[in-house]
Design a protein. Structure first.
Length: 34
């Protein structure tokens, strides 16, 4: 459950940053997360 909570929070943070930051850095962060 801890992993799920952490993953969900990370995904939410990335989604919020994706809205603020352009798509280029967002893609780089998504690749690092994967």
């Amino acid at each position: 459950m801890t992993t799920n909570s952490k993953a969900a929070r990370l995904r939410e943070l990335i989604a919020q940053r994706a809205i603020m930051l352009p798509g280029v850095p967002n893609a780089a962060m998504a690749r690092q997360v994967e």
